[in-house]
Design a protein around this ligand. Structure first.
Ligand code: HEC
Length: 152
C-alpha cells in the first residue's frame, strides 16, 4: 500500500514536471533578458551586413549568413513580447500590448523585409537590388522602434 502511494506520488511528480516544463512562460525578468538578447543579435547582424553592403568589408559569401540571421531573429520577435515582461530597464512601450494589431502589422512588415533581403542575397542579386532590400530592412526595424520603443 505504502509502496503504491509512493509510486503514484512519484508518477504525478514526473507528469507535473513534464507538463509544467512544456507550458510555463519564462519569469518576466528572463523574458525581458531574452528579448534584449534577441534584439542584440539583430544589431550584430545588421551592423555587419551594412558594412558589407557599403563595401567596407568584402562579402566573401558571408552576407547571406547575416541576412539569414536577420530573418531568423525577426521571425522570433512574435514570441519575445510576453505580457508583463516590461520590467527593469525595459524600453518597451505599453502600446505593444495596447495596440496588438498595429504591433503585429509592423512586425510582419519586418519579417517580410528580412525574408526578402535574404532571398535577394541568396539568389545573387546585384549591388542595387541588395542595397534596396537592405534599406527596407533598416526601415522596418525603425518602423517598429518609432512607435513601440522609448525614443532615443
Ligand atoms: C515589432 C517591433 C520590433 C521590430 C520589428 C524590431 N524591434 Fe528592436 N526593439 C523593439 C522594442 C520594443 C525594443 C525595446 C525592448 C525592451 O527594452 O524591452 C527593441 C530593442 C532593440 C535593441 C536594443 C536592445 C538593448 O540593448 O536593450 C536593438 C539593438 C534592436 N531592438 C535592434 C533591432 C533591429 C536591428 C531590428 C531589425 C532587424 C529590430 N530591432 C526590429 C521592437 C522591435
Amino acid at each position: 500500500m505504502y509502496q503504491k502511494t509512493l509510486q503514484s506520488v512519484f508518477l504525478a511528480c514526473i507528469i507535473c514536471a513534464i507538463s509544467s516544463s512544456a507550458l510555463a512562460e519564462p519569469a518576466p525578468e528572463d523574458a525581458f533578458d531574452y528579448r534584449v538578447a534577441v534584439m542584440t543579435t539583430l544589431k550584430g547582424h545588421i551592423v555587419a551586413a551594412s558594412m558589407i553592403v557599403r563595401g567596407l568589408v568584402e562579402d566573401d559569401g558571408y552576407l547571406v549568413n547575416h541576412a539569414l540571421g536577420l530573418a531568423n531573429g525577426v521571425a522570433e520577435i512574435h514570441r519575445v513580447f510576453q505580457e508583463g515582461s516590461a520590467v527593469g530597464e525595459t524600453e518597451a512601450l505599453p502600446a505593444i500590448w495596447e495596440q496588438p494589431e498595429k504591433f503585429k502589422a509592423v512586425m510582419e512588415k519586418s519579417e517580410e523585409a528580412t525574408r526578402n533581403f535574404h532571398l535577394v542575397v541568396a539568389e545573387g542579386g546585384d549591388k542595387d537590388a541588395i542595397g534596396a532590400a537592405f534599406r527596407s530592412v533598416g526601415m522596418s526595424c525603425r518602423g517598429c522602434h518609432d512607435d513601440f520603443r522609448v525614443p532615443h
